[in-house]
Design a protein around this ligand. Sequence first.
Ligand code: MSP
Length: 510
Amino acid sequence: MSNNSFYITTPIYYVNDVPHIGHAYTSLAADVIARFMRLNGREVMYLSGTDEHGQKVEKSALSKDLSPQEFTDKMSIRFRDLLDALNIDYSDFIRTSEERHKVGVRAFWEKLKENGDIYLGKYSGWYSVRDEAFYGEAELVDGKAPTGAPVEWVEESSYFFALSKWQDKLLAFYEANPDFIRPKSRRNEVISFVKGGLTDLSISRTSFKWGIPVPGDEEHVIYVWLDALTNYISALGYPNEDGNYKKFWPASAHVVGKDILRFHAVYWPAFLMSANLELPKSIIAHGWWTNEGEKISKSVGNVIDPFKLIEDFGLDPVRYFLMREVIFGSDGNYSRDNLIQRNNSELANKIGNLMQRTCSFVFKNCESAMPDVSSEFIDSLYKSEFFVKLQELVKDSISEMENYNINKALDNIIDITEQSNIYIDQEAPWSLKNTDPAKMNEVLYGLVETLRYIAILLQPFTPGSAAKMLDQLGVPSSERLFEHLTQDFAIKPQSKIEQPVGLFPRFEVK
Ligand code: MSP
């Protein structure tokens, strides 16, 4: 990986489900991080896609009288549509039924085999089709998987991956790379799981066909998780180790939900070690969403449709709510009232209000142009306590984001906005209009310049509205990166501005 590259991935989504808020959240969190890194000057590759093989998908296709390929072609589009609806700036979208992926998986399998980690044996144990996971007898709870999914007894010939061999190497790796698994609490969970002892992993199935055949033994298809995890490198052109692979591997971050952490933080690194490939830099596990306090499930019928949410509230309020409502890594609860509340009290009343009252006042009282101040004033503004603090908050936001503390970066932006709202009330430019117009210009200039900072920092979270703010402030599109948050790119006094338009509507709580 070159120094400036940043490679981030979402899990690839199972196509037997329709997209819901959980999928939207993972993709969105990765998008916010990706946009942040781009604004910070990194060359970003964002990968998403669909996980199309396995027994679960085969069953769903059959129940709809479609071939698995027809079924996945139809369903995969919904996930791509969701990325577009969420305004996600993705670089590639991989489907595991694509040939480029299959080539990568076969090569990866051969590598593990060559290195002596694959052997043929017999699997007998519990399998959950819903989770596409094997469970030990001791893991079952009331005859079901720990996730509550039904399990079935499976006895079949199977290839195994010698996972047990990698236990100590994995533990040594976690020890040497304390930031590999985030957040910390999840890291401890993974370490104790590995310390508890790893057994070899069954990595092929013979009881269904919809998958990638094992090279040299077509009776078997490759276990869907080994197949799926390989997407992170097949999309980079693996087994060709030049080009995008060279540029972007190892990944900077795999963003995943806590339920699939084990696959990413234990199995995937073991496979990669076995294949002698570098390990990703970090696995970021986020929490789960509930709906109005209840676990989201198809059987309860409380699945939240992200397309509908966007239709009801507009995209940016939804993006903002999902990123703001929970500490990244913890579980979150969707509630319609909370979404409205966050939107009204923060986006509309804090950010929108500051923007609207500042820009309307400037537009009306400064001859439709930015306030007229001297360059000496701008020098002194940049040395003022408020601006020194502002620069610190910017630095702090960037370093929070480098550590994937998404909501802390947002806290800072809200903090700046609150202070600016206090400042405008204290300085009351409306009363300076007649008594001290020069001072009025200075107060307003300080505010529009602060708004430039707020809008640039807001871009990863609410890209559409941030762009409107920057347009309104007359900031050229070539000057919207974090490196432009300096005095050199400060707003030009007396530059023309357009009539301000409202940014964030308020919603009624029903
Ligand atoms: N196909 C596998 C991933 C393979 S990656 C090599 C898979 N797919 S999934 O469609 O079931 O889930 C995708 C993501 O959605 C996971 O990160 C999961 O945590 C997330 N979510 C599913 N329901 C969720 C919530 N209710 N809340 C938050 N995220 C949840 O697993």
